[in-house]
Write a protein that binds this ligand. Sequence first.
Ligand code: MSP
Length: 512
Amino acid sequence: MGRDVFYITTPIYYPNDVPHIGHAYTSVAADFIARYHRLRGEEVFHLTGVDEHGLKLQRAAEAAGMDPQAWVDSVDPEWREVWARLDIAYDDYIRTTEPRHHAAVAKLLGAVRGNGRDDIYLGTYEGLYCVSCEAYYVEDDLVDGNCPIHDRPVELMREENYFFRLSAYAGRLLEHYEANPHAVQPDTRRNEVLSLIRGGLQDFSISRTSFDWGIPLPWDPTHVCYVWFDALTNYLTAAGYADDPERFGRIWPANVHLMAKEIVRFHAVYWPAMLMAAGLEPPGQVWVHGYLLVGGEKMSKTKLTGIHPSQLTDHFGADSYRYYFMREISFGQDGSFSWESMTERHNADLANGLGNLASRVLAMLGSYFEGRVPEPVIDGAGADLPVVVADVVRRYDEHMLALRLQQALAALWEIVARANRYLVEKEPWKVAKDGARRGELASVLYASAETLRILAILIRPIMPGAAERLWGQLGLEPPLASQRVPEAVAWGGLTPGTKTAKGDALFPRLES
Ligand code: MSP
């Protein structure tokens, strides 16, 4: 696993596609995980970006009547805009057309070619190529003669290519996966990868001569590097492989490569073998989530089923969006989106659940204590709230580290549910009517406000905007970003006297 830094990546996306909620699913998950590790006080490196070379991109540029570089430059802002709207706090954004990436690809190719085992050699390839996948298929892979992923015709290609001797790495890959049972997760994906390797590996071509939009091979510039060899290398580039050995030593290997299942073969077979061939360590983990489906099929532009994230963020807001996809779908399984279920989650968990809790507590602090957090005078007035909080904090941590993102959020909302029930049980609005019970009122509202403080810290990785607003309404002084688990979520951190202010509702109710 990564040396000193928690290094997490998304795939780099093909920018010829219009960004859709399928792409955003990976990035939201990566951001949730990355922000959680930051909350634990770890140094984090969250990488994303775009995959700009290859035949598919060259053709898209031609169709637009543009030079490929000008064309990728023109679509890039569209992608960054999506991540900005979703509050994705990546640490680096890579474009494979950048000089730093060219340098890293050249260095990796040199390292593999120079390893003394003749792992790169010249051969001829004839095969059926899917331009959308940028990959060759054999007849058996095809479904009704079409690409099994894109359901589109493949093209017969014949080329003189350089090959990578993948076949020599089956044994080492198996050893690696046996020694590291979590290196591909979930287990179903791990088993698929193992059977793929056991089924025998064929060398794959790492160069193309049929088009020129790519990185020329340093020793034979009549060839450009195959787009997957080029793309995978982005994970090394951004870690400083070609230009910053000190940093590279601290960051590499990546802890987690996140992706959907269609590209597992590249990440869990090709990629670790390429790294081994270059004398580098394979990534700590390849984590494979499911597809977002529309009408039972993978959402995609080719099938015209893409929904742009802004269609949803404009209506629900970024926090609700992030929460919904992580809470609704089991991370690792396929799932579908619907307006109805998103509205339902928003109203139940956010508007009525957390939002209502915050507005009730802040309103009562306003009415009964001029907005100031009162002194808790009765021991144990918080009932089991401190125990529930401590228990959830522990389970939330376990779930997040194991990437059980859905369970992590379900656990957090146990606090919300318990705190709302606590108010119903204690009925502070009735206690307030009896002057003799002032101490009890103070103690109940202290416990409720303290729960909100802790929630603001814990929800920040998934709902950074709402967390900030809640923190602000609670009138808390130190920046929310400086709070760390577990210290900051120990019970009793809220200082009596703090001046709160009920603001706008955290989550307005939405009509279905
Ligand atoms: N450029 C390659 C990846 C190179 S990584 C070295 C690529 N790009 S892609 O844009 O086609 O898809 C990248 C990723 O987007 C998928 O692996 C997945 O993480 C995400 N998704 C795209 N469509 C998706 C769904 N419908 N559902 C879930 N995730 C989806 O492949």
